[in-house]
Design a protein around this ligand. Structure first.
Ligand code: ZN
Length: 412
């Protein structure tokens, strides 16, 4: 199809973009310029009427996907891509793509435009970042559709919704190395929601007591700020807990629980991170939510289309998730070594709404299970709670040191 590939600079025909701001920008590889791996990247026809595309990138970068009609085109934009060494022949494998152009845009974004021979609709796209080397893989799949459906879906994402955003180049807030490290502590439940109850013991009360000890323990560290999502016996919705952490510019989010298990027996501390499966469900839920601004810090996504939201969430989570998992491991090791208090499967993934901040490493600690007599005795004991709080502080500070070192490596 690419008999005469045209190279051109796409001059800002459509000045649309999405900026992605992460509070801990300096700790992530997001941003900057990615290179395409020309060997592993391709587009080809798939099945009777589908189209598949895969782009291997040297790192994750913010991106967006949309279609334009008359003539029909698929547009991919990145902030930013370096096309040097990009081999067009790799893309000469589709009858449904009749041309490809690419180039830099004035606003710092890079654009790829695929001319489509037939009407296709985007049915899935995602960007995965490899935890090991931070390389990124964008996959995209399109399905046949009618001309009318294509026309209806086509168009750049809502420009109006983007109008209030600063240009991407300046939305990247580099973290001040001297700024305090901000820890968000989230005591589970509260108010009308007492959480687990055994006798006269309520999970909400025990976790608030633990959270206060934890706050005081963290405060003994220099240049560290602690915020709590609640400091009284009140009900705080889950989204609001994440919002509180975002507004404080939290670097880490720690939710404290001590639930009951009704099936089988469980005891010992367990640390949860958001599972991959839950991540997808979260994206689906988010798309329905009226006000999404607080979930993805710094990017007001109200009025933008759901695909863009999902993509940005995936991108941010792809970076945050390995950091959350690293934190969970350090916590489990610390509970094991200093308290000999861990569950048989101490690190688990689960679909906890409160872990769904896309850009803040988040863990949910089950300090113990109230259904275990031994755990409950510990949880009710102020001295045990103090030693548990101290263990969390040691683990978080160890993780922070690791995380800073890892971020420095990623930037090299
Ligand atoms: Zn709970």
């Amino acid at each position: 199809m690419m008999g005469t590939p045209r190279f051109f600079m796409a001059l800002a025909a459509l000045m649309v973009w999405v900026g992605l701001t992460l509070p801990s920008a300096a700790q992530t590889p997001l941003g900057g310029v990615a290179r395409i791996d020309p060997i592993q990247s391709w587009v080809h026809d798939q099945g009777d009427d589908g189209l598949a595309l895969q782009l291997y990138l040297s790192q994750g970068v913010p991106y967006r996907i949309f279609t334009l009609d008359d003539p029909r085109r698929l547009v991919l934009e990145f902030n930013a891509l370096d096309f040097a060494g990009f081999d067009l022949r790799r893309f000469d494998q589709s009858d449904r793509v009749t041309g490809l152009r690419y180039g830099q845009m004035q606003d710092g974004w890079s654009r790829m435009v695929f001319d489509l021979a037939v009407p296709l609709r985007l049915d899935r796209a995602g960007l995965a970042i490899a935890p090991v080397d931070q390389t990124a893989l964008l996959t995209l799949h399109m399905q046949a559709t009618t001309a009318a459906d294509f026309a209806q879906r086509a168009g750049p994402p809502n420009r109006q919704a983007m109008a209030g955003l600063p240009p991407p180049a300046v939305t990247r807030v580099e973290r001040d190395p001297n700024a305090p490290f901000v820890v968000a502590i989230d005591p589970g439940h509260g108010g009308i929601d007492p959480g687990a109850q055994v006798g006269d013991a309520h999970e909400a009360d025990l976790m608030l007591a633990l959270a206060r000890l934890l706050r005081d323990a963290f405060r003994r560290t220099d240049n560290l700020r602690v915020i709590m999502t609640r400091d009284t016996d009140v009900f705080v919705p889950l989204e609001q807990r994440i919002q509180i952490a975002h507004e404080a510019g939290a670097d880490v989010f720690i939710s404290l629980h001590a639930d009951i298990v009704t099936e089988g027996k469980a005891s010992g501390a367990t640390v949860y991170t958001l599972s991959q499966q839950a991540t997808d469900a979260a994206s689906a839920k988010l798309a329905e939510r009226h006000d999404r601004a607080e979930i993805l810090a710094g990017v007001d996504l109200r009025g933008t289309d759901d695909e863009v939201t999902g993509i940005l969430m995936d991108l941010a989570r792809g970076e945050t998730q390995p950091r959350s998992i690293a934190l969970a491991k350090v916590l489990v090791d610390e509970f094991d070594q200093s308290l000999d208090h861990v569950n048989g499967r101490p690190h688990r993934g689960a679909d906890f709404s409160v872990l769904k901040a896309a850009d803040i490493p988040s863990v949910l600690i089950e300090a113990g299970f109230m259904s275990s007599r031994k755990d409950l005795k510990n949880l009710k004991n102020p001295e045990w709670r103090q030693s548990f709080a101290d263990a969390i502080v040691r683990a978080v500070l160890n993780w922070r040191a690791q995380d800073v070192a890892a971020a420095a490596l990623r930037r090299q």
